[in-house]
Design a protein around this ligand. Structure first.
Ligand SMILES: Nc1ncnc2c1ncn2[C@@H]1O[C@H](COP(=O)(O)OP(=O)(O)OP(=O)(O)O)[C@@H](O)[C@H]1O
Ligand SMILES: [Mg+2]
Length: 244
C-alpha cells in the first residue's frame, strides 16, 4: 500500500524554444526517496524548478498534499513545505551557524532552541567546529553539507535535491548520502533527488524515475528498474550505452 501523495503532476508541459517537459502523470508518496535520472537535457532540473515554483509550467495540474495549485495566490505556505538544494550551493554571506539557523528562525523557534538545534545539525554533518566560520571560506564539500543541514532545518515535507553531490570527492559524497539516508534526520520527508550517477540512485533511492526527452520513460522500484527495466532507453542508460 502506498502512503498518501505529497506531489501529483498531471499533463505537465513546459516549452522553451521546444517542448522540454511533458509529464502525463507522476505521483510522489510520503516518506519515500525518489531518484530522478536521465540524460543531460532530459528535463530533470526543469522538473524540480517547476515543483519548487521557480519556473511556471505552460500547462498542467500540480497537486501538493492533495490540493491543487493553480499558479496564483499566496505561495508562502507551499514554499515553507519544500526546499531545493542545488548542485552549486548558494550559502548566505554569513557564518555557518547563521546559515543553518536561518530556517529555524523562519519557523519561529526561540533563540535557545535555535542554538541547540543548529548544533545538533552541525554535529550530524560533521561541522560543529566550523560554526563560526564564514560560509565563503568553506570547501565545496563542506559548503554542500551546510546547504543540506540548512535545508533539513526547515523540516520540509518535500526535499528537492538537484545533483547535490556532483562536484564532491568520494568521501563527501558518502557523507551526503548518509545524511540523506538518515531517516531520523529526514523523518517524514519525501525526497526527490536528481542525480547523474546511476550507482548513487541505486544506493539512495526507493523509487527511480527515468526521464527521457522530457517524459517519464520509466518509473518503479529501484531494484526492479535496475534489474529488469521495461523501457529499452532505460536499459541503454543504466548500462552506460546511451550516447548523449
Ligand atoms: N531558461 C531556459 N531557456 C531555454 N531553454 C532552457 C531553459 N532552461 C532549460 N532549458 C532547456 O530545457 C532542456 C532541459 O533542461 P534541464 O536543465 O531541465 O535538463 P537536465 O535534465 O537537468 O540536464 P542536466 O543533466 O545537464 O542538468 C534543455 O534542453 C535546456 O537547454
Ligand atoms: Mg540539471
Amino acid at each position: 500500500m502506498n502512503s498518501e501523495p505529497v506531489l501529483q503532476l498531471e499533463n505537465l508541459v513546459k516549452r522553451y524554444d521546444r517542448e522540454v517537459l511533458n509529464i502525463e502523470r507522476l505521483t510522489l508518496h510520503r516518506g519515500k526517496i525518489y531518484g530522478i535520472i536521465g540524460p543531460s537535457g532530459s528535463g530533470k532540473s526543469t522538473l524540480l524548478r517547476i515543483v519548487n515554483l521557480l519556473v511556471k509550467p505552460d500547462q498542467g495540474v500540480i497537486r501538493y498534499f492533495g490540493r491543487s495549485y493553480n499558479g496564483a495566490g499566496d505561495t508562502l505556505f507551499l514554499r515553507r513545505q519544500m526546499t531545493l538544494v542545488f548542485q552549486k550551493t548558494l550559502l548566505f554571506k554569513t557564518t555557518v551557524f547563521e546559515n543553518v539557523a536561518y530556517g529555524l528562525k523562519a519557523r519561529g523557534f526561540k533563540k535557545r532552541e535555535i542554538r541547540d538545534r543548529v548544533y545538533v545539525l552541525l554535529d550530524k554533518v560533521g561541522l560543529r567546529g566550523m560554526a563560526h566560520r564564514q560560509a565563503g571560506t568553506l570547501s565545496g564539500g563542506e559548503a554542500q553539507r551546510v546547504a543540506l543541514a540548512r535545508a533539513i532545518a526547515f523540516e520540509p515535507k518535500l526535499l528537492l535535491l538537484d545533483e547535490p553531490t556532483a562536484n564532491l570527492d568520494p568521501a563527501n559524497v558518502e557523507l551526503m548520502e548518509k545524511l540523506i539516508l538518515d531517516r531520523k534526520m529526514t523523518a517524514d520527508m519525501t525526497i526527490a533527488m536528481v542525480t547523474h550517477n546511476i550507482f548513487q540512485a541505486r544506493r539512495v533511492a526507493d523509487e527511480v524515475i527515468f526521464l527521457y526527452n522530457g517524459r517519464v520513460a520509466e518509473m518503479g522500484n529501484v531494484e526492479q528498474v535496475f534489474t529488469a527495466p521495461q523501457n529499452p532507453q532505460t536499459r541503454e542508460f543504466i548500462e552506460g550505452r546511451m550516447i548523449y
